[in-house]
Design a binder for this molecule. Structure first.
Ligand code: ZN
Length: 314
């Protein structure tokens, strides 16, 4: 039995400013806020999920915005750059839009693909790439028409403190296919349509430090709960120390730190974000798992109010 992940399920980052995160990811990037909940391990902090109209695996960027928290430094042991896929022919739209919202951009090329690179307001590094693959996102918000909308993840650039070991984990444990090297990067490909192209610098990257503006972990897709159990065993067999299976309400999770310092999670595609609210209502209300529901009043009182709003455009 060989397990192979389709690619990225979600990427989770630290931040400081809940409304700033909503304004950037919904207001500027036009993603849908598909879930407003709390950090299940720290209920005084929001957990905000952004993605396509359904909150599909492979499109989900999540944030723990904790006001006043320490700023991190992007570096080794982290996802260095999160790659967002947009439809072919929409790069110019995004360059113009980001510039109009005061976001500084620069161009880079990796594996022959042009990348538009920028940082969010917290310093998290992002890049946009045009990709044919993957369905269009029918969500249209804040002046982003659906034929230009971010489809989901193109992939990620992993900054490893032990590049050789991380590359081995991607093939031997996650089942991604090595797809060659170019200009100091190795590329790995999964069978999904989104979030399936992962690059790793061949040189080790010096440790960064966790905190606002950095990625906390990257989650890889397991297709169901039965496969998820196999993934846990595969991680242990690969020499990693996986956590027990944890119920994250919208997916089950197992975490382990790979040898290049990056925290990996394996997350199940089911049950998904429509498990506790209707799909047309996703993100509208603060959702709490059953075990926190008795404390709703106190939890809501401790959170800053946030609004998904269009930033001055149709
Ligand atoms: Zn996660």
């Amino acid at each position: 039995m060989t397990l192979a992940t389709k690619g990225i399920h979600h990427i989770t980052a630290f931040a400081t400013d809940p409304q700033g995160i909503v304004d950037f990811y919904a207001g500027v990037l036009g993603l849908r806020m598909v879930k407003k909940t709390i950090n299940f391990d720290a209920p005084e902090v929001y957990h905000l999920y952004f993605g396509d109209e359904h909150g599909s695996p492979g499109t989900i960027l999540t944030f723990f915005p904790h006001p006043g928290s320490r700023k991190g430094r992007v570096g080794g042991g982290q996802v260095g750059m999160t790659t967002l896929a947009v439809p072919p022919g929409s790069m110019a739209f995004w360059e113009e839009r980001l510039t109009r919202f005061g976001v500084e951009t620069s161009k880079a090329v990796r594996f022959g693909e042009e990348l538009l690179q920028f940082a969010d307001r917290e310093g998290m590094l992002l890049e946009i790439v045009e990709r044919e693959q993957g369905p269009e996102n029918s969500w249209s918000f804040g002046g982003v028409p659906s034929d230009k909308a971010v489809k989901g993840f193109g992939g990620a650039l992993l900054y490893s403190t032990n590049s050789a070991a991380t590359r081995r984990a991607l093939t031997d444990t996650l089942g991604l296919k090595a797809a060659g090297e170019s200009d100091g990067f190795a590329r790995f490909i999964g069978e999904g349509e989104l979030g399936n192209i992962v690059d790793v610098p061949l040189e080790d990257v010096e440790y960064g430090s966790g905190g606002a503006g950095t990625v906390h972990h990257i989650a890889w897709r397991a297709k169901d709960f039965a496969e998820h159990e196999q993934w846990r065993a595969a991680a242990a067999a690969g020499g990693f120390q996986p956590t027990p299976v944890i119920d994250r309400q919208y997916f089950n999770a197992v975490y382990f730190r790979e040898s290049g310092g990056i925290l990996f999670e394996i997350a199940t595609d089911p049950p998904g974000f429509a498990v506790d609210e209707a799909e047309d209502q996703l993100g509208a209300k603060l959702m709490l798992p059953d075990w926190y529901e008795p404390h709703r009043e106190q939890i809501e009182a401790g959170l800053l109010p946030i609004t998904v709003r269009s930033l001055g455009e149709e």
